[in-house]
Write a protein that binds this ligand. Structure first.
Ligand code: ATP
Length: 208
């Protein structure tokens, strides 16, 4: 079975995460989408929003579709998390399954700054979701990385790991930064997240 691992700070999780991830699961015929909040280093943490609250928002979103599940692996580790290491650990947990690590185009274009980034494909495929105007304008170092590994969908589905695929996911122009600013400025924002997450943010008075 094919599992999508989708990591992020999810501060908060929004439709720009959920809609492309569900479309990706359709496109790849994936049976599970693990929404995996990352531990935020203390100096980058948003005041007043805890890891538990970010995880709770992810858990609320899982009611939307049976393929969605909250993955607390990185939050459970008592250390800084690196995606390449997490993927190796998740592969041990699901040895029979094909893992796909999903990320937006903006994140992919900064991949060479990630710890052990060339090892990200050792235990999973990398699948890139469309975002903003960053369509396929890759840095040379990443172009070379892609050139050696880009696969058609059918090949991706047949290999256990090591491929890169650019998906046809819908463009959804939402960012968590924009949501946090809108809440802080009392601008409209509730349409950018599922209703249950909007209710939770209001109830917990987050981002104010
Ligand atoms: P922030 O504005 O706080 O940086 P963000 O909205 O970019 O947050 P993250 O949690 O940092 O969200 O992103 C996690 C992952 O989701 C990244 O791979 C990112 O590229 C992807 N992503 C976020 N928003 C979108 C979007 N609107 N469309 C496609 N991918 C997205």
């Amino acid at each position: 079975m094919l599992r999508i691992i989708f990591g992020g700070t999810f501060n908060p999780l929004h439709w720009g995460h959920i809609r492309p991830a569900l479309a990706l699961a359709d496109e790849l015929s994936a049976q599970a989408i693990h929404l995996m909040p990352s531990a935020i280093p203390p100096h980058r943490d948003t005041p007043s929003v805890s890891a538990e609250q970010r995880l709770q928002m992810v858990t609320l979103a899982c009611e939307l579709d049976s393929r969605l599940q909250a993955e607390d692996w990185e939050l459970q580790q008592n250390r800084h998390s690196y995606t390449a290491i997490t993927l190796a650990e998740l592969k041990q947990k699901y040895p029979q399954d094909t893992l796909v690590f999903a990320l937006g185009m903006d994140a992919f274009n900064a991949l060479d700054s990630w710890h052990q980034w060339q090892q990200l494909v050792d235990h999973a495929h990398l699948v890139v979701m469309r975002r903003g105007d960053t369509e396929r304008q890759l840095k040379p170092v990443l172009s070379a990385f892609v050139a050696a590994r880009e696969l058609e969908l059918s090949a991706l589905q047949q290999q256990p790991a090591g491929g890169i695929y650019f998906a046809q996911t819908p463009l959804v122009d939402i960012s968590a930064t924009d949501i946090r600013q809108r809440i802080n400025n009392s601008d409209s924002w509730t349409h950018m997240v599922p209703p249950a997450i909007a209710d939770y943010i209001n109830q917990q008075q987050l981002y104010r």
